[in-house]
Design a protein around this ligand. Structure first.
Ligand SMILES: NC(=O)c1ccc[n+]([C@@H]2O[C@H](COP(=O)([O-])OP(=O)(O)OC[C@H]3O[C@@H](n4cnc5c(N)ncnc54)[C@H](O)[C@@H]3O)[C@@H](O)[C@H]2O)c1
Length: 290
């Protein structure tokens, strides 16, 4: 029997991208209830409408900033009260921000870690009693390829995503040792075609940082080159992995390839990666020159 059918699932950051696709996929697989939240409440409601029009699942849609611990605690109580039980939480909400360490202020580290790492810790801890009470719980935490592989300019993002991986793997051991009926899974997506990179650029502009036309063009180029998979396919792979009780889900050929390269050549992989980057830079320059 499907692990999703008849279950109540919670998805954070479900107003767009992978989170929206996850909510839709859970509805498609017969979830009984889905709690959809996003810091942008309007987008969470749009996702709810999208699912509502195509299935009979009961939806609870709300605004939630996953970095706000008190708000998350209230939210967990509200959702558990609304549905009577909660079986699965997908801690998906996340943001990107990049620049070399010497140009990256503490405020930016705090912002990224608060959403990407604290958001996952809050979601896991606040929903854990309800997942245990359900008798068949699952916590699914979205890390990244950058939770396996570090990249220049991404020290905050990598710190948060390696953190999500370590946190989730440790939680999985706790749950097993304590005999709780809850699984924990860490998800490492490679490039997925979402707005995460353009949201980061928008935020840079909103906070008054200069973003040159060349930087925008480069970001667009890299998005086209690297963010290839459609979110519905990513959601399908993630939910398949959850249904199979996988402790670790790699999403996409890029994530699988880099995971293998890092294991096979733990010291040499940065050489491989910089060759790849140099190739992209060459392509970008020739595209710019027309
Ligand atoms: N797209 C990729 O290539 C990729 C690769 C690896 C990992 N991921 C991870 O997948 C997850 C989903 O990202 P996505 O690509 O779908 O991006 P996205 O920008 O499309 O979606 C992220 C969602 O999170 C929401 N959000 C942002 N801050 C929030 C907060 N404080 N509280 C609640 N919600 C908040 C946004 O409003 C947005 O709807 C993230 O954790 C991201 O790091 C994405």
């Amino acid at each position: 029997m499907s692990k999703v059918e008849g279950k109540v699932c919670v998805v954070t950051g479900a107003g767009s991208g992978i989170g929206r696709a996850l909510a839709v996929e859970l509805g498609r697989r017969g979830a009984k209830g889905i709690a959809i939240s996003d810091v942008d409440e309007g987008s969470a409601k749009e996702t709810a409408e999208l699912i509502g029009s195509s299935s009979r699942v009961e939806i609870h849609a709300a605004g939630l900033d996953v970095g706000d611990r008190d708000a998350f605690a209230d939210y967990a109580t509200t959702v558990a009260g609304h549905f009577g039980a909660v079986h699965q939480i997908y801690n998906n909400a996340g943001i990107a921000d990049s620049e070399p360490v010497d140009q990256f202020g503490y405020d930016r580290y705090e912002r990224v870690l608060k959403v990407n790492l604290w958001g996952v810790i809050h979601g896991t801890k606040e929903f854990l009693p309800h997942l245990i009470a359900s008798g068949d719980g699952h916590v699914v935490n979205v890390s990244s390829l950058n939770g396996i592989m570090a990249q220049a300019g991404l020290s905050a993002y990598c710190a948060s995503k390696f953190g999500v991986r370590g946190f989730t793997e440790s939680v999985a051991l706790d749950l097993k040792e304590e005999g709780h009926p809850v699984r924990a899974t860490v998800v490492h997506p490679g490039g997925v075609k979402t707005g995460i990179a353009s949201s980061a650029l928008d935020w840079a502009k909103q906070s008054g940082r200069e973003v040159t036309a060349e930087q925008e063009e480069r970001a667009r180029f890299y998005n086209e080159k690297l963010l290839k998979m459609d979110p519905p396919r990513a959601a399908e792979i993630i939910v398949d992995g959850v249904e199979a009780n996988k402790p670790r889900i790699l999403v996409g050929g890029d994530a699988k390839l880099m995971d293998a390269v890092i294991r096979i050549a733990p010291r040499r992989w940065p050489v491989f990666f910089s060759l790849l980057q140099r190739r992209f830079e060459k392509e970008f320059e020739s595209k710019r020159r027309g």
